[in-house]
Design a protein around this ligand. Structure first.
Ligand code: ASP
Ligand code: MG
Length: 425
C-alpha cells in the first residue's frame, strides 16, 4: 500500500480537486490519502480564532469568508440536492456554536478545536467528490486513530496506542482507498489536537510507518525538491534523489522541503518518500531514501536562505574569557525565550549568535543577556547556506556582499550577509 499526501495548494479550488481525484484514480493500489485544509484556509481559521479571542465582531465576516470559499467550491463540484450540503452546513453550525461562547483562557486549546475544522471540511468534500466520481473510498476521522498528548498546537504522538488503532482503522478489508486528515489528532479524552503548522507531511509519515507502506508520496506544486527556493532564485533545478540524512540537513538549514518531523518515521522503516508534482503527475519528482539513493546522482549545490536574521554578539564586560559556564547561561536564555540558534561563532572574548528576528523584536533577548554581558547586535541580515558548495556557487550567490560570519565544513558553506539592496526578501 501507499500513503499519498495532498497539501492545501493541491485542493485550492474545484479544478484542483478534480485534478487530485484523477491522480488518485490513476493508481490501482491500496492508498491512504491524507489531505490538508484547502488553499489558505488554515491561515483563515487562525485569524478567526484570534478575532474571537479579542472579542472582535469582525470574526463573523471572517467566518463568512471561510464559508463562502468552501460553498463556492462545493457548488462547482456537486448538484444542489446532494447530501454534501447538509453535512457541511452542520459543520459550520458547530463552528458557530463555539464562536457564540466566550473562549476559555487557553488560546492554544481553543485554536486546536477550531482550526482543525479546515481539515474536517476539506476531507469531507474530497471524499464525497471521489465517491461521486466512482472512486470508491472511505472517510476516516483520524482523531479516533492518531492519539496524542495534550500539548496543544504541538501535540506529541502516542505511538503505542496510535499504532494499534491505525493498523485496525486502515485494515483495507473492504476498502481500497481511505481519505483522511493530516495535521490533527486527539487526546485520550477525545479533545482535538494539532501537530504544528504544515504537519500533514508528518501525519502521512506516521501512517506510512505504522502500515509499513511501500512508499509515501507528497504531491506538490513544484516538480520535486529544488536546489533553491524559486521565490529567491532564478532557474532552480530539481534534485532527482537524496538520502534521508540530506533531507534532514536541508530542513535544519531552513529549506522548506518537507516538515522536519517527517523523515524519522520513514527512515526508521526504510520507507522511501517521493515528492512529486500534481501539475505534472507523470514526471518523476524527487526520491528520498536510504544511503544508496543518491550514489549515482551527482550532487549539485543547494542554496538555502534564511531571512530576517539578527547577529547578537555577547562579550564579558571585564575582558575575561567566554568560557563554557558563560555559554551555558547564554544558551539557557535562548532556550527560555524559545528562540532558535541558527549559527554560532566563538572567539576568546565574544560569542556571536545568529537567530531569527522575533515578531515582537529583539529587545527582550538583548535585555535578558545584558543582565550579565555586554551585548551588540546587527539586524537585517540573511543566512545563506550552500550545501555541496563550489567556488562558482559561492561567487554567484555571495559575490561582493558584505559577509559578517563565514563558516565552511566539507559539504556546507554558510554566510551571514547583509541583505541584497534590491531583493524583495
Ligand atoms: N493545514 C495545515 C497547515 O496549513 C497543515 C498542513 O497543511 O500540513 O499548516
Ligand atoms: Mg496547508
Amino acid at each position: 500500500m501507499q500513503v499519498f499526501k495532498f497539501g492545501g495548494a493541491s485542493v485550492k479550488d474545484a479544478k484542483s480537486v478534480k485534478n487530485m481525484a484523477s491522480i488518485v484514480a490513476g493508481f490501482d493500489d491500496h492508498i491512504v490519502v491524507v489531505v490538508s485544509a484547502m488553499g489558505k484556509m488554515t491561515n483563515a481559521f487562525e485569524d478567526l480564532v484570534k478575532d474571537w479571542f479579542k472579542g472582535n465582531k469582525q470574526m463573523w465576516d471572517k467566518l463568512n469568508l471561510i464559508r463562502n470559499f468552501h460553498m463556492q467550491l462545493i457548488d462547482e463540484l456537486f448538484e444542489s440536492n446532494e447530501d454534501i450540503y447538509p453535512i457541511i452546513d452542520s459543520l459550520f453550525f458547530k463552528i458557530e456554536d463555539r464562536l457564540n461562547r466566550t473562549p476559555s483562557l487557553d488560546f492554544d486549546f481553543e485554536y486546536d478545536q477550531l482550526v482543525s475544522f479546515g481539515e474536517i471540511i476539506s476531507t469531507t468534500i474530497v471524499s464525497h467528490y471521489l465517491n461521486k466520481q466512482q472512486i470508491k473510498n472511505k472517510w476516516i476521522d483520524i482523531r479516533f486513530l492518531l492519539r496524542t498528548d495534550d500539548c496543544w498546537r504541538e501535540a506529541g504522538v502516542d505511538w503505542e496506542l496510535s499504532s494499534k488503532l491505525i493498523a485496525e482503522g486502515f485494515s483495507f478489508t473492504d476498502e481500497k482507498i481511505y481519505i483522511t486528515q493530516g495535521f490533527i489528532g486527539a487526546t485520550p479524552s477525545d479533545l482535538t489536537t494539532t501537530l504544528g503548522r504544515e504537519g500533514s507531511d508528518y501525519t502521512a509519515a506516521i501512517i506510512g510507518n505504522i502500515l509499513n507502506a511501500e512508499r509515501v508520496v507528497v504531491w506538490k506544486d513544484v516538480p520535486g525538491i529544488l536546489n533553491a527556493d524559486p521565490q529567491y532564485f532564478e532557474n532552480p533545478k530539481k534534485i532527482a534523489a537524496m538520502t534521508y540524512r540530506e533531507a534532514v540537513e536541508l530542513t535544519f538549514f531552513g529549506a522548506k522541503v518537507i516538515h522536519p518531523k517527517t523523515i524519522k518515521p520513514l527512515e526508521n522503516k526504510g520507507i522511501p518518500l517521493h515528492v512529486r508534482s500534481f501539475i505534472k503527475p507523470g514526471a518523476k519528482g524527487t526520491i528520498i531514501g536510504p544511503e544508496e539513493t543518491d550514489k549515482i546522482i551527482k550532487q549539485i549545490p543547494v542554496f538555502i536562505v534564511k531571512t530576517r536574521q539578527v547577529l547578537i554578539t555577547v562579550s564579558q564586560p571585564d575582558f575575561s574569557f567566554m568560557d563554557e559556564e558563560s555559554m551555558a547561561w547564554i544558551f539557557g536564555i535562548f532556550s527560555e525565550l524559545g528562540m532558535k540558534i541558527n549559527m554560532i561563532q566563538q572567539s576568546a572574548l565574544n560569542l556571536s549568535i545568529s537567530t531569527d528576528t522575533p515578531e515582537h523584536g529583539i529587545l527582550q533577548l538583548v535585555e535578558r543577556l545584558a543582565e550579565s554581558f555586554e551585548v551588540r547586535y546587527n539586524d537585517g541580515l540573511e543566512l545563506i547556506t550552500i550545501r555541496h558548495f563550489t567556488n562558482e556557487a559561492i561567487e554567484q550567490e555571495i559575490g561582493s556582499r558584505t559577509v559578517y560570519v563565514e563558516q565552511k565544513s566539507r559539504r556546507t558553506a554558510r554566510f551571514l550577509v547583509v541583505k541584497k539592496q534590491a531583493a524583495v526578501r
